[in-house]
Design a protein around this ligand. Structure first.
Ligand SMILES: [Zn+2]
Ligand SMILES: [Zn+2]
Length: 507
């Protein structure tokens, strides 16, 4: 491999990374042995993924006549049973069709990169790129121009290879996208036309809470008696299962602010039951098993299979069209059940002085009433990560039988968006590709009650803190996305001039 150049212009050895220390674990796979066809991978989870793709994905040559819209593929005749020797993914029904396909070249090198990344993550090497830095040096400003200068100014371990950059950007894209939009040194500005004049007012209000009046030092002492910054992350999935210390990286960009994150959505990940409950359950199961084994032994019948084995989680859950609900998250010391407070499956954890996290497994419209009277454009913002507003609804159709767009559908975002606009707090949205961003934005102009009811805050465009890693879909590995590729933002229209003069701001 060629040497790569890091942001500072130094040359680093590619594929190498940081030298192993004597105390580091010995890797199972070395850096020059990361490529393995899925079906022959040393890791069961990778082999299981290969199996999932074999059963879901169409052979592109067989399905040529079956429509070219990759994101809405029609039923296909033959699944993929042949692993491409260059990328290791199951890609075609047979070697013959693989040879015939001139298009595969376009995808092959990216797929190979994903293959090697997957093996690298499991290689057992010390993953320095996941070692996150502590407090920000008071005298050092953070730059939000791009990942490389962000990592440097936040004192991350140096990201010497593109592979490390891909891994780290995937881990951090959710918290740092939020930080980079809200921060006073955001690279989304009026001068580069990513921020509107209306938007700069919204952000000035939030930045007053986040940074304090200009000129004040940003220290944790400044956060005493400050209102909490509330970030509502709606339709949350994977982001709700990130470890809290990853979310702490958002807080560390704002030393003088306090945060309360709310993950709200039907696919929000909830904590495992407390150890005590888990133990009681396991003991009950073990007792029942012993009794049933004793009974079958006496009756001379074969023993039934163990219920514990059946409930074990599968090695790999395929990422079909709707991503799966992430597995339960681990329970922190102070995790508390919030069912009584919100009336839905939920928890709250005061993780640190600076960070409280609440997760609610429900649709946002079920809990809006809890917050409706308290919304304040100085402290509150919404984030919707890749919400699929412009996708057709899975469940709701129009009178003529056509699926509704999710932005308008009563079972998806239809009831939610007007509630968010009514708060006048900014709503930031990400998309996984240029097409995805465009589709979501277009859906707003096609939805009555939304079209004409909002002002732009951030204009649609690329997000400097999207994940650098390609994600391929199991239902068709030719469909590749980048998490949080783009970002934009809106806010409910202000009909009359509201005078809000506290903090010296006029609204
Ligand atoms: Zn074929
Ligand atoms: Zn290939």
């Amino acid at each position: 491999m060629n040497p790569v150049t890091t942001w500072a212009g130094q040359t680093a050895k590619s594929g190498g990374d940081v030298p192993q220390r004597a105390s580091d674990p010995i890797p199972l796979l070395s850096q020059d042995n990361l490529f393995h066809p899925f079906s022959k991978s040393p890791f069961p989870a990778v082999r299981a993924r290969g199996e999932a793709i074999r059963s879901l994905a169409p052979c592109p040559v067989c399905s040529e006549d079956h429509g070219s819209d990759l994101e809405f593929p029609k039923p296909f005749p033959k699944a993929v049973g042949f692993d491409c020797p260059n990328c290791g993914w199951p890609t075609h029904c047979s070697e013959e069709h693989w040879r015939m396909d001139k298009e595969h070249e376009k995808y092959c090198s990216r797929l190979r990169e994903v293959n090697e990344d997957e093996h690298d993550l499991r290689s057992g090497r010390r993953l320095r790129e996941f070692e996150l830095p502590g407090e920000q040096d008071r005298d050092a400003a953070i730059s939000f121009s791009n990942w490389d200068v962000f990592w440097y100014t936040r004192s991350f371990p140096s990201m010497d290879t593109d592979r490390s950059r891909r891994h780290a950007s995937k881990l951090l894209t959710y918290p740092i996208t939020i930080a980079s939009v809200l921060h006073q040194y955001s690279s989304l500005t009026i001068s580069n036309q990513r921020l509107t004049v209306e938007g700069s007012r919204s952000l000035a209000a939030l930045r007053y809470t986040l940074h304090g009046p200009s000129g004040t030092p940003e220290t944790s002492e400044q956060s005493v008696n400050k209102p909490k910054m509330r970030i509502f992350i709606l339709g949350a999935r994977h982001e709700s299962a990130l470890p809290p210390h990853t979310w702490e990286q958002l807080c560390k960009c704002f030393p003088a602010a306090l945060f309360h994150l709310y993950f709200i959505g039907p696919q929000v990940s909830l904590p495992l039951p407390p150890q005590s409950e888990l133990k009681v359950k396991q003991e009950a199961e073990a007792k029942a098993r012993a009794e049933s084994e004793e009974k079958t032994r006496r009756e001379g019948k074969p023993a039934p299979s163990s219920p514990v084995e059946k409930s074990e989680k599968p090695v790999y859950v395929p990422n079909v069209y709707q991503p799966p609900t992430p597995p339960a998250i681990s329970r922190e010391k102070r995790t508390r059940n919030s069912m009584q407070k919100y009336g839905v499956p939920s928890y709250t954890v005061p993780f640190t002085y600076q960070l409280t996290i609440t997760g609610m497994q429900c649709k946002y419209d079920e809990v809006h009433a809890h917050f409706a009277d308290t919304f304040d454009p100085y402290t509150d913002a919404f984030f919707l990560f890749m919400p699929g507003l412009g996708f057709p609804s899975m469940t709701s159709t129009s009178d003529s039988g056509e699926p509704l767009l999710q932005a308008a559908s009563p079972t998806e975002w239809g009831p939610v968006l007007p509630l968010l606009l009514s708060t006048k707090c900014p709503i930031f949205v990400t998309g996984f590709s240029p097409t995805d961003v465009e589709r979501d934005v277009r859906s707003l102009s096609m939805t009555s009650g939304i079209a004409g009811e909002f002002d732009w805050v951030v204009t649609p465009g690329e997000n400097p803190f999207g994940s650098l890693k390609w994600e391929a879909a199991d239902f068709d590995p030719r469909v590749m996305i980048k998490t949080n590729w783009g970002v934009w933002g809106i806010r409910g229209k202000r009909r009359e001039l509201l005078e809000r003069s506290f903090f010296g701001f006029k609204y």
